[in-house]
Design a protein around this ligand. Structure first.
Ligand SMILES: Cc1ncc(COP(=O)(O)O)c(C=O)c1O
Length: 439
């Protein structure tokens, strides 16, 4: 069993997170329940930030709020001095509602609307990451209508695709995001952007994938981007002040994952950027990165109550919990794997192999296949580790199941940051059939 951050087994044999007994949390708030280890989030944020500071490199570490966005989380990000990446009007609204400094917000997305862009501009956010030609002209129009000039980055697809230990360099990347570096799209985009009075072009951005365990992909992407920057310097005299290399730094979900320290990614990126800047005889650009999963992923644990079970003789035993694909869609969406323990009996020896099923009316609603556990009953609480990223943020109301609450724990204290949805919340936006409206 691998325990993340401040998690440990206390004297009662219970899982404790942030100095708080998880069984008492389950009693106090009910299940399912998302629990976040705040000390671990701070540690992750600091390890990115401190590495840049130690090496004296100008940088912005922008937390990718798509991984987990709530007002309290955004405020925590602000406390830790990071910047923030948002990808929708909703994430931007959350950030602004949390009082996050607008000049440290970066706006992503491949289909931002006029209204979203205007909202960003009117709030003076730090930068818009332009994804495609449609957006380039839409944003120009928004700027003209509002008589402003905005700082932008151009998102490029560098032809490096990284996932876990594999990275592939492709001639032309088949991606819905960004201007292609190889086929001339990025060249046309920079020409258009530089020619417009609406834009202050800060530099370029790339994001090569997720759950990446090696530095090679980032190094390759940087190399390709510098090659293009040299061409643009020679042709347009354009020297970027910002190079954004995206997120994707891997974490340990299960024993199959073997992540490297976060500082190693940063060090490798800095070394590469320094090398190429020197070759091009230009100042080292400000380096921006966008970690999401690696800030919050292993800080999150979901607590469930175990309910029914079903034994299929000689095949498997299913244990059902009171949540599932509504609070964690990742296993159903892309076969994501997790580890779990009985939070109230962590020290008990494993006795059987079970598969953890969610409660949704969908055969694919399985959280974990083939998990070794002590013999569990409906008195037990299951703690699934590493659910902090893309769990709550992708949660949904399938089967009209209310979303669970979110609790932050730190230094022995728990703090509710998102309330549990009620059935009233579920029908809140519904309107009755016309004929049933009371006169
Ligand atoms: C542009 C961009 N930046 C950052 C991220 C964050 O990635 P991760 O959570 O894997 O660090 C993503 C994830 O999809 C992304 O698309």
């Amino acid at each position: 069993m691998y325990l993340h951050g401040t998690s440990k087994v206390n004297g009662n044999g219970h899982l404790e997170i942030g100095g708080v007994d998880s069984v008492s949390l389950a009693k106090k708030y009910g299940t399912p329940l998302y629990v976040y280890d705040i000390a671990l989030i701070r540690e992750r944020a600091r390890s990115f930030r401190d590495t840049f500071e130690k090496l004296n490199i100008k940088a912005q570490v922008a937390y990718a709020s798509k991984a987990f966005s709530t007002v309290a989380m955004v405020q925590l990000v602000e406390e830790e001095g990071l910047s923030l990446d948002v990808v929708s009007g909703g994430e931007l609204y959350t950030a602004l509602s949390a009082g996050f400094p607008a000049d440290r917000i970066h706006f992503h997305g491949n289909n931002k609307s006029y209204e979203e862009l205007e909202m960003a501009i009117k709030n003076n956010i730090g930068c818009i990451v332009v994804d495609n030609f449609y957006e380039l002209s839409l944003l120009e129009q928004v700027c003209l209508d509002n008589q402003v000039k905005v700082p932008i980055l151009l998102r490029v697809t560098p032809g490096v695709e990284a996932h876990t230990h594999d990275y592939i360099t492709t001639g032309q990347e088949d991606s819905k995001f960004g201007f292609d570096l190889q086929n001339g799209q990025a060249d046309t985009a920079i020409e258009q952007a530089l020619a417009s009075t609406a834009f202050n072009v800060l530099g370029i951005h790339s994001h090569i994938g997720s759950q990446i365990f090696e530095t090679t992909g980032f190094v390759l992407a940087a190399e390709k981007m510098f090659k293009k920057m040299k061409e643009w310097k020679d042709k347009h005299g354009f020297i970027p002040t910002v190079l954004n290399l995206g997120g994707g730094f891997g974490i340990r979900y299960t024993h199959e994952d073997d992540p490297i320290p976060l500082s190693q990614y940063v060090e490798a990126i800095i070394e590469e950027v320094k090398k190429h800047s020197k070759e091009l005889d230009m100042d080292i650009p400000e380096i921006w990165i966008e970690p999401g999963r690696s800030i919050v992923g292993d800080a999150g644990t979901t607590l469930y109550s175990i309910g029914s079970n079903k034994e299929v003789p000689n095949i498997r035993k299913y244990l059902s919990v009171d949540g599932g694909m509504t609070d964690n869609i990742r296993p159903a969406l892309y076969q994501a794997k997790y580890e779990a323990v009985l939070a109230n009996r962590v020290n008990d020896g494993n006795e059987e192999t079970v598969s953890i099923a969610g409660k949704c009316c969908e055969s694919g609603d399985m959280l974990i296949w083939d998990l070794d556990l002590p013999k569990a009953t409906s008195d037990d609480i299951l703690a699934v580790f590493c659910t902090g990223a893309y769990g709550y943020s992708m949660s949904n109301n399938y089967n009209r199941i209310p979303r669970p609450p979110v609790v932050f724990v730190e230094n022995g204290e728990d703090h509710l940051v998102v309330k549990r949805e009620s059935f009233d919340d579920i029908v809140r936006l519904d309107m009755p059939l016309k004929a049933k409206v009371k006169k």
